[in-house]
Design a protein around this ligand. Structure first.
Ligand SMILES: [Ca+2]
Ligand SMILES: [Ca+2]
Ligand SMILES: [Ca+2]
Ligand SMILES: [Ca+2]
Length: 392
C-alpha cells in the first residue's frame, strides 16, 4: 500500500512542501589536498559492522569508520585515510565509482571508472577486497577508448546482473566519446574474470547512467542521459546481457538519470541541463508516458539525481545535487516521501556528487558530499562534507 501511495504521489506530480529539519548542518572532514574528490560511496569494506567511506579522485581513499561516523585523524585534525589506488598521470581521474561484490565471495569490491579533462585512455579499475578492507592490486578492464583532445568528459558507472547468471556485471558511460561500454562477468567465483568490453554507440549520451527493469520480461535496460541535446538513450537489455540502443525523447538536455522500480510501474528520472527541473517519465510495460516536470523549479541547476530510502520508511526518496548555486555554496536537496514529497535543502561549502549511508549507526542515512574543482569553479578540495541525520 505504501508503494501504491508513492506511485500515486509521483503520478499526481505532488506539490513539494518544506520538510522539518531532518539533518544537522554538514560537518567537514579535513582530507588530503591532493586531488579532486569527485565522488564518494559508502559501504562496510572491512566487515566490522560500521559503514566506511570511499572517496574517488586521481586516487581512491578509504576512510575506515571508527564506529560513530568519525574517522582516524592526526593531532591537527586531518583525517588519515588509506590511499589504496592511484591513477597514472594521463589516465585522468575517477569520476564515478561503485562498491559491489564482483567476484562472488560475499565481500564488496571497488569499481572505479575514469574520466578527465585531458586527453588519455579511459578504463575501469577493479580493486578486489581481501575481506578486511585490504585490496589486491588493480585489475584493469580495458575499454579500448581514449580521448584525443582536452575536453570535459563525464563518466558514469553502474552495476547489475544484466544476463541473470548471478554475477555482477558492469556498464560505464563516457559522454565526450559517445560510448557506453558493458563488461559481462565471466562468472567464476573468486577471480572476477570479466569478458572483453562490448561497446555501444550512445552518440547522444553517456554522462549519467541508471538501470531500469523491463516488465513483464524482467530483463534490465540502461538509461543514458545526454548533456548535448533533447534526446537521451535507452539501451534495451536482452536476457543474454546484450543491448539494443534506442532513442528516448526527453525534450531537454539531461545531466543525470535515476530510476524508481515499483514493479510493473516504474519511473525514469532526468535532471534537466537547461532548466532547474527534475523530469519524471512513467514507464508501464515498456511504454513511456511523459516526461513531466516534477512540479518545482529548484532555483539552480541540478546535476545528480538518486533514489534511495533515506528515512527508513520503505518509501523511495529522491536526492539531488546542485553544484552551481554560488561560490562555495552548494546544495544537496533531499525529498522524503509520504503521500507527497517534503523537501529539505542541505547547504554544503562545495559539492559535485554525493552519496548516502548510515555512518553513525542510527539507522538513518547520512549524506556525504565530495567536492570537485571543475574547470574553473570554486575549489574546496581539502574537505568532505557530511550531513548527519538529525536524530543524534
Ligand atoms: Ca567498516
Ligand atoms: Ca568480492
Ligand atoms: Ca552477470
Ligand atoms: Ca545516520
Amino acid at each position: 500500500m505504501k508503494r501504491l501511495f508513492a506511485v500515486i504521489s509521483l503520478c499526481l506530480i505532488p506539490a513539494l512542501t518544506l520538510a522539518q529539519n531532518n539533518y544537522h548542518d554538514p560537518e567537514y572532514l579535513k582530507v588530503p589536498s591532493v586531488s579532486t574528490y569527485s565522488q564518494t560511496v559508502t559501504g562496510d569494506l572491512d566487515q566490522d559492522g560500521d559503514t566506511d567511506l570511499v572517496a574517488f579522485g586521481a586516487s581512491v581513499f578509504l576512510f575506515r569508520n571508527l564506529g560513530d561516523g568519525t574517522f582516524e585523524t592526526d593531532s591537527s585534525g586531518n583525517t588519515l585515510p588509506e590511499r589504496i589506488f592511484q591513477l597514472n598521470i594521463g589516465d585522468g581521474y575517477i569520476q564515478s565509482g561503485a562498491l559491489e561484490d564482483v567476484n562472488g565471495d560475499g565481500v564488496k569490491d571497488i569499481i572505479a571508472s575514469t574520466s578527465g579533462q585531458t586527453a588519455g585512455t579511459r578504463n575501469i579499475y577493479l580493486l578486489l577486497n581481501t575481506g578486511a578492507g585490504r585490496f589486491w592490486g588493480p585489475i584493469k578492464l580495458e575499454t579500448g577508448l581514449s580521448q584525443s583532445t582536452n575536453s570535459f568528459s563525464a563518466a558514469s558507472v553502474v552495476t547489475a546482473d544484466f544476463n541473470g547468471d548471478g554475477f555482477v556485471d558492469i556498464a560505464a558511460g563516457f559522454s565526450f566519446l559517445g560510448k557506453t561500454v558493458v563488461f559481462l562477468n565471466g562468472g567464476t567465483a573468486g577471480i572476477a574474470p570479466f569478458l572483453p568490453a562490448v561497446t555501444y554507440d550512445t552518440p547522444v549520451g553517456g554522462a549519467g547512467l541508471s538501470v531500469i527493469r523491463n516488465y513483464p520480461e524482467e530483463t534490465l535496460s540502461i538509461i543514458s542521459s545526454n548533456q548535448n541535446g533533447p534526446i537521451s538513450n535507452i539501451l534495451v537489455g536482452s536476457a543474454d546481457g546484450s543491448f539494443t540502443v534506442e532513442e528516448l525523447v526527453v525534450g531537454s538536455k539531461t545531466r543525470d538519470t535515476a530510476s524508481l522500480d515499483l514493479g510493473y510501474y516504474n519511473f525514469m528520472l532526468f535532471t534537466s541541463a537547461e532548466r532547474s527541473e527534475l523530469l519524471i517519465a512513467v514507464r508501464i510495460a515498456n511504454a513511456l508516458y511523459g516526461p513531466f516536470p516534477f512540479g518545482a523549479n529548484f532555483g539552480a541547476s541540478i546535476k545528480d539525481v538518486q533514489t534511495t530510502d533515506v528515512d527508513g520508511d520503505q518509501l523511495p526518496d529522491i536526492l539531488l545535487s546542485q553544484p552551481w548555486v554560488g561560490t562555495g555554496v552548494d546544495r544537496v536537496i533531499v525529498m522524503t516521501s509520504s503521500q507527497g514529497y517534503a523537501r529539505e535543502e542541505l547547504t554544503f561549502k562545495d559539492t559535485y556528487q554525493f552519496c548516502s549511508g548510515d555512518l553513525n549507526g542510527d539507522g538513518k542515512q547520512d549524506i556525504v558530499a565530495g567536492s570537485w574543482n571543475g574547470t574553473s569553479g570554486p575549489i574546496n578540495r581539502d574537505v568532505l562534507g557530511i550531513a548527519f541525520s538529525a536524530s543524534n
